[in-house]
Design a protein. Structure first.
Length: 454
């Protein structure tokens, strides 16, 4: 007896074939059937059977539809002259359409130890910035910085420790990010001048080093359970002094830390503990104390202790809380119980005032001009156009004209609005303006029709 492997109805099945009694084939419906034989199968017959099996399986496999991958980003590399090596990157960029809309600008989130944190951050940020109208977070470019083999400690430690001869390359790594990586990302992606960095463990230590000594590189810093105890609290001691002396105006820090204490101990007791096992959490709490007493340095910061998480589980919850803290004012418009733009208590003038006020506030907070998203304004304008609410439709189209005056589509949309109102003179004016920026047959056909009817 010998066995053969079949693909039957997209499932692999093993069928036993006896040398004297059965032959396996497929019926007209594609199902496996066993047919009795009256003579013994010799070696030549076995070869024929196997050939038939291979041909059948190859046919069925070929007939299967190709599997489409789920894409979370792209793989990139950059050669670092500072580190003398190729650095692997994972990059996620939100989708955008430049056929009709202006090229957008997105804040950038850099994450250390990308193989542990990149995918969860991509899905989290997509969910909270785009899915079902969510604007809890802004859409962001996410740059995952992977470690090169054997070099994690080298890159993520700012000082050399006698415990690890490879340590202490943190300043070179900081120079790589500032002078090579960030310029490369800015050159190859539609970036806005707002950068956040997230690091966990030694990555968190790196974040505190960057905040302390390279404050200008990032706008927001997220240190999750940072290894502040490293090298006998070396960086912690430096940070204690720097936090007193430096002005951190316009910068944000989120500090999250896990429960790494012995069972039965609380956060008050651990401060008095001297056991090495609690050194990690004690050093983080010392950093939090230093942050608390230096209110004059203008650093906007928040901390959170996660009593139900350990060092390895804390990252996901802390990342979520950190991003909610950093972008706490981003959400607009209100989306519950329904979208604020469609709340009938607001007229077009009031809605325009709300839009202007929100994006003025966000621009001041982010440090650059934050504009209402062009695709969203256009989509809402057409929604009101379908409802024959021409005043609100025109208001949303005008928002885009004011913020994206070099794009042809903003004038085409306003032309559609005037055309729907029966104002062919103004419709013609806006269609001509759109065509002066970019010719499209669709707009040309609309203009020809309007002119023929006048």
């Amino acid at each position: 007896m010998f066995s053969v492997l079949f693909l039957n109805e997209n499932k692999l099945q093993i069928i036993s074939v006896t040398p004297t009694t059965t032959f396996v084939t497929f019926n007209s419906e594609g199902h496996i059937v066993a047919v009795p034989l009256n003579h013994k199968i010799n070696s030549h017959m076995k070869k024929l059977i196997l050939i038939l099996i291979h041909l059948t399986i190859a046919y069925l496999l070929k007939a299967q539809p190709p599997q489409q991958p789920i894409v979370l980003g792209r793989v990139d590399t950059i050669y670092s002259n500072i580190l003398k090596e190729k650095r692997p990157l994972w990059v996620y960029t939100p989708g955008y359409d430049t056929n009709y809309f202006s090229k957008p600008e997105f804040p950038v989130l850099y994450v250390l130890d990308a193989d542990d944190h990149f995918m969860s951050l991509v899905t989290m940020i997509k969910e909270l910035s785009a899915t079902a109208g969510n604007t809890v977070l802004p859409q962001m470019i996410i740059v995952g910085i992977l470690n090169t083999p054997g070099n994690r400690t080298r890159d993520l430690t700012p000082t050399s420790s006698a415990m690890d001869k490879s340590s202490g390359g943190g300043e070179n790594f900081a120079a790589f990010m500032e002078k090579e990586l960030i310029p490369y990302i800015d050159k190859t992606n539609p970036t806005a001048p707002y950068r956040t960095i997230i690091g966990h463990s030694l990555g968190g230590l790196t974040v505190i080093n960057l905040l302390s000594k390279h404050t200008q590189v990032f706008n927001a810093y997220v240190a999750i359970d940072p290894s502040m105890f490293y090298d006998n609290d070396n960086l912690l001691k430096q940070a204690t002094i720097i936090l007193k002396q430096k002005n951190f105006g316009g910068k944000k820090l989120f500090l999250g830390f896990a429960n790494t204490m012995n069972a039965g101990m609380d956060t008050m007791q651990v401060k008095k503990d001297t056991a090495e096992i609690s050194h990690h959490i004690r050093s983080i709490m010392k950093l939090a104390d230093d942050l608390s007493v230096n209110k004059a340095n203008n650093l906007q910061w928040s901390k959170k202790y996660y009593p139900d998480d350990d060092h390895n589980s804390v990252s996901f919850n802390a990342e979520y809380d950190a991003l909610r803290f950093i972008f706490k004012n981003n959400r607009f418009p209100r989306n519950q119980p329904y979208n604020q733009y469609f709340d009938k208590q607001y007229n077009a003038v009031q809605l325009r005032q709300m839009i202007t006020a929100h994006y003025k506030m966000m621009s001041a907070e982010m440090g650059y001009t934050v504009r209402p998203p062009e695709p969203e304004m256009n989509s809402i304008g057409y929604a009101f156009l379908q409802q024959k609410d021409y005043e609100k439709a025109a208001m949303f189209f005008q928002v885009n004209i004011d913020n994206y005056p070099k794009n042809f589509n903003v004038y085409d949309s306003m032309g559609d609005c005037f055309l729907a109102r029966g104002d062919k003179a103004n419709a013609k004016k806006y269609f001509k303006k759109a065509l002066s920026i970019k010719y499209t047959k669709e707009i040309m056909d609309k203009l020809d029709k309007v002119q023929a009817e006048q």
